[in-house]
Design a protein around this ligand. Structure first.
Ligand SMILES: N[C@@H](Cc1ccccc1)C(=O)O
Length: 466
């Protein structure tokens, strides 16, 4: 009843009684995942007992493999470049290329060299690093593991190890057929042999397939919803000028949201080419906010603090109604990082311009967008945004969480439409994406949306239903 490979494992075990999957794979030269599935088979036949454990494993990275043969950069520096004599720092740089910095940093840290007045002076004649042995022969208990992991030369991982005990000795037996071939049929050799039965419950080898990062997949699904509703995607840069992030959006220059601690400012200035637009915006601020508008402030650079800046740029391009656009992208705000706050997050902003677009139409569109992501119950509360009037906050009823704030929205102020000379009426809204993404992907910490832990990513599933 045993295949040739199963037989080999049983023979191997009968001489020792017990072994681990690791030993079996090494000693019999068999692929590790097939050893695991063969052991499952043997277990299902009551021949062995297995106890599965996970063990820490250390593995060389590509760089680690290279260093294991050539030596660590600080060794190369001492033994091959300096050879007991001082050498000009520029010569060392030329000879060591990319490894120069690593060699100098570790050379200093380990007190092997002194760098002074443009020369590198060795403090030792020859050097063999204590970590090298671990690198050549990785052993998870070595005291050098952490430093080698930190230097990117080793990776820690987990390995499934099965401890196997042979339950009953098996007498040798006639060969079994595992694969039926043309020859076996033609020469009728199957007649006096047994067929190995298939075990449909054995674990197959695991082949992970590549897939999109789940957060990216979520963003793409939201895009599909917007495109499906007839919106055109517009993408603009993260680096923005205050003009589009604030001024064109009717935010006065002394508005608290413009203060230094509420956005990330960037050195330097940008420009607005459209001089008519600049004078319209100046007029709008001076007429309604009653202060002297300073064009220099509007030119300052910052990382955009909302994607409504993209909406502002879209408006400045003077779209002709009927017009629908949206943008999804990163925005940046200073904050303390924790499970619900990060400094860069995503927003989706939308814009609709129509000849007689109404506030009710806007609420209808928002309800439709939310319905398409599975949120059927929506309510609106009055709110304030400098660029919309009337303004609302939209809340959605989400299972056990109750009413969750989803979006800010409103009718764009006529002052803004006047400044960009767009005829018609416009609705706009902006919503934060991370919280929705956490809800829809069952993520409890916003930082995990940016995870690159492969095991974690493998198990994520994305759907537009919460
Ligand atoms: N930009 C606003 C949201 C918003 C966009 C458009 C209209 C109204 C509100 C925010 O970040 O909170």
């Amino acid at each position: 009843m045993l295949s040739e490979k199963e037989r080999n494992i049983v023979d191997y075990l009968s001489s020792r009684g017990q072994a681990t999957s690791d030993q079996i794979s090494k000693d019999l030269g068999m692929d590790y995942s097939s050893v695991l599935s063969l052991l499952e088979l043997l277990k299902s036949k009551g021949i062995v007992d297995i106890e599965v454990n996970e063990e820490e494993e250390v593995e060389l990275t590509e760089e680690g493999k290279e260093r294991a043969t050539k030596g660590l950069p600080e060794e190369v520096l001492i033994n091959e470049i300096l050879k007991g004599k001082e050498v000009k720092i520029n010569d060392v740089k030329d000879k060591m290329g990319e490894d120069f910095k690593i060699a100098i940093t570790w050379g200093k840290k380990k007190n092997l060299i002194e760098v002074k007045g443009g020369v590198v002076k060795p403090k030792v004649e020859h050097y063999v690093s204590p970590e090298l042995e671990t690198l050549r022969n990785p052993n998870p208990n070595s005291p050098f593991i952490d430093v080698l992991v930190k230097r990117g030369l080793l990776k820690k991982g987990k390995k499934v190890i099965a401890k196997v005990t042979l339950l009953k000795p098996i007498a040798s037996q006639t060969e079994m057929i595992t694969t039926l071939t043309h020859d076996i049929l033609v020469n009728e050799s199957w007649k006096n042999k047994e067929f190995r039965p298939f075990n449909v419950e054995a674990f197959p080898p695991f082949f992970p397939l590549a897939k999109k990062h789940f957060f990216k997949e979520f963003l793409d699904k939201l895009k599909d919803v917007m495109v499906g509703l007839g919106f055109k995607e517009i993408v603009t840069d993260y680096i923005e000028i205050e003009f589009y992030n604030f001024d064109l959006l009717f935010q006065p220059q002394d508005h608290p949201a413009r203060e230094i601690h509420d956005s990330f400012s960037i050195k330097g200035n940008g420009n607005v080419k459209d001089s008519n637009l600049i004078s319209n915006v100046k007029e709008m601020h001076e007429k309604w906010w009653k202060y002297t508008w300073n064009p220099d402030i509007s030119k300052r650079l910052l990382l955009r603090s909302h994607t409504t800046a993209t909406t502002a740029r879209t408006l400045a391009s003077r779209p002709t109604p009927p017009f629908r656009s949206f943008t999804i992208g990163k925005v940046f705000r200073p904050d303390a990082i924790d499970a619900t706050h990060i400094l860069e997050f995503h927003q989706l902003d939308g814009l609709i311009i129509e000849e007689d677009f109404s506030f009710k139409d806007l609420l209808g569109v928002l309800k439709e967008i939310f319905a398409r992501i599975g949120i059927e119950k929506v309510k609106f509360k009055p709110a304030y945004f400098p660029f919309t009037e009337p303004s609302v906050e939209a809340y959605g009823l989400i299972g056990k969480l109750g009413w969750v704030e989803l979006s800010g929205a409103g009718m764009l102020r006529p002052e803004i439409l006047e400044a960009v000379k767009v005829k018609g009426r416009a609705g706009a809204w902006g919503l934060g994406i991370e919280r929705l993404a956490m809800l829809y992907t069952g993520t409890d910490d916003v930082r995990k949306l940016y995870s690159y832990d492969i095991e974690y990513l493998r198990d994520r599933k994305v759907s537009l239903r919460w």
